[in-house]
Design a protein around this ligand. Structure first.
Ligand SMILES: Nc1ncnc2c1ncn2[C@@H]1O[C@H](COP(=O)(O)OP(=O)(O)O)[C@@H](O)[C@H]1O
Ligand SMILES: [Mg+2]
Length: 477
């Protein structure tokens, strides 16, 4: 049996007091009683909404062989007979295990941050690096104060490549996380107005992302977006903290990893990538110029950490749009079909523009229409009205003639659109959902996007429910 951690190594890393006869080792780590597997350790951390200590018995029922709990909660757990490691603070203990994991690892490590595109980039890295060795990468977005240490602590000792997403909503959040991850290569995908309400301006967002440089290993590299307005500022920050290699990607003539040409299709794109003076044609299995831009950062990182570049490029053809981030569905309606572009996972001004680009590039059939189904972008603070109004520009430029909206903030976009656009506005997601389900016709292409808080996933689910998916997905439009 090869353990993720022996109990002995866990105690050495975390400290803590063992109770009962600990197993020799654990096969995995879970913080969610619903997904804990047999032989895994359950760490009872306080998550975003619940405290894991309340779920300890469910975790045991799920097969956990060991639980890590806090001293202060021990009296309440008195009846449990499972082996435990009792620590002062469970999240701190997980962090210590994460640090020990990084210390024992011989893996080449990539960290990805940025205002948008982190998960997409991380998933592409997972695929691109796989032909070169064993990859460990975060589940879902797992990029915060518990997601990063959990992902690190879960990294098997024999990992060849580790890929980490590092996120933030506020200044100061990236610094402690990247110091655990200690990447050889750190990517900043782009700087844009996400969580803008928590900042004074975009420059402050850039400064917060720049914290990622402070954790880069000696001799390591930063990969920056050459087309972004904050490139110079970020490069200067990287230099200021002593990052030895500052590289860039993008369409800019001076980019080290240059996107020389882009041919976009509804299913994916073909790019011409220039790396080390050599041009390669690369097929990407998910559509959108923004995905191609992320792919350039991926190829650059693969090159810097010594992956086999032929297979890395070839692997990008197998990339699929992630759920809620551009995933496509072809749904049956009458004799025809609908195309649904699911962007329901989240929205900010940058990702809205990228998704409008996806809609513009899709081709309706028959008498179908291009329809943007949009909800509020949250966390925009005092900038909210402006950034919602400003979506009128890209929608008009893309020739989108049908815009269906819900949410208090979207009144600003409703009022900003001219009469030439068919606008339907609803106060609530539920009303918009009814309208969408009842108004679609064969040949329509819908792009559904909003901040998570609006619950636009329900619109996607209702469409899939009412209009059964086509088995044949080879001829999506
Ligand atoms: N480089 C990019 N530029 C602009 N928008 C992007 C980019 N990459 C992804 N997006 C958009 O952002 C959305 C979220 O992408 P994701 O990779 O999940 O970002 P993150 O993990 O940073 O939140 C996608 O659905 C897409 O609309
Ligand atoms: Mg993410």
């Amino acid at each position: 049996m090869s353990w993720l951690w022996t109990s002995e190594a866990m105690i050495a890393a975390m400290g803590g007091r063992p109770i009962g006869t600990l197993p020799e080792g654990i096969t995995g780590i879970s913080i969610d009683s619903r997904s804990v597997g047999p032989g895994e350790a359950f760490f009872a951390i306080k998550g975003d909404r619940v405290d894991g200590h309340d779920y300890a018995s469910l975790a045991i029922a799920g097969g956990a062989s060991l639980i890590v709990v806090s001293e202060s909660k021990l009296p309440a757990l008195g009846r449990l007979t499972i082996p435990m490691i009792v620590v002062e603070d469970v999240l701190v203990a997980l962090g210590k295990l994460a640090v020990a994991s990084r210390e024992r690892s011989g893996a080449r490590i990539v960290a990805v941050t940025g205002s948008v595109g982190k998960t997409t980039t991380k998933e592409m890295l997972r695929q691109a690096l796989a032909p070169s060795g064993k990859v460990h990468a975060a589940v879902a977005s797992f990029n915060n104060h518990w997601g990063v240490p959990l992902t690190l602590a879960r990294m098997p000792a024999d990992t060849a490549f580790g890929v980490f997403e590092v996120g933030m909503n506020h200044a100061g959040e990236i610094r402690p996380l990247v110091k655990m991850v200690r990447p050889h290569v750190a990517i900043i995908t782009t700087i844009a107005a996400a969580h803008l309400g928590h900042f004074k301006d975009l420059e402050e967002i850039a400064a917060a992302k720049a914290e990622i440089f402070e954790g880069i290993e000696p001799g390591g590299a930063a990969i920056l977006n050459r087309d972004n307005a904050y490139f110079d500022l970020l490069a200067a920050q990287a230099q200021a903290v002593g990052v030895s290699h500052i590289c860039s990607f993008g369409q800019h003539a001076k980019a080290d990893f240059r996107l020389a040409d882009f041919e976009g299709g509804p299913e994916g794109s073909i790019i011409w990538a220039v790396l080390n003076g050599e041009t390669t044609e690369v097929h990407i299995g998910a559509p959108g110029r923004h995905v191609a831009e992320n792919a350039m950062a991926v190829l650059g990182a693969a090159l810097l950490i010594g992956a086999d570049m032929g297979p890395a490029g070839a692997a990008l053809a197998g990339v699929k749009a992630v759920k809620g981030r551009g995933e496509r569905h072809r749904l049956g309606i009458g004799e025809g079909h609908l195309t649904l572009i699911d962007e329901s996972y989240n929205a900010n001004p940058a990702s809205m523009r990228a998704a409008i680009g996806l809609l513009a590039a899709a081709t309706p059939e028959l008498t179908g229409r291009r329809i943007a189904v949009l909800g509020d972008m949250l966390e925009m603070g005092e900038f909210s009205q402006q950034v919602h109004e400003d979506l009128a520009g890209p929608l008009l430029a893309a020739g989108i003639e049908h815009v269906w909206l819900a949410g208090a903030e979207m009144t600003a976009l409703r009022d900003a659109l001219p009469d030439s656009v068919e606008v339907a506005y609803f106060d609530t997601t539920a009303e918009l959902l009814d309208h969408v389900v009842n108004s679609v016709i064969p040949g329509d292409v819908l792009m559904v996007k909003s901040s998570l808080g609006l619950g636009f996933g329900k619109i996607v689910a209702a469409l899939i429910d009412n209009y059964p998916p086509f088995a044949d997905t080879d001829h999506q439009s």
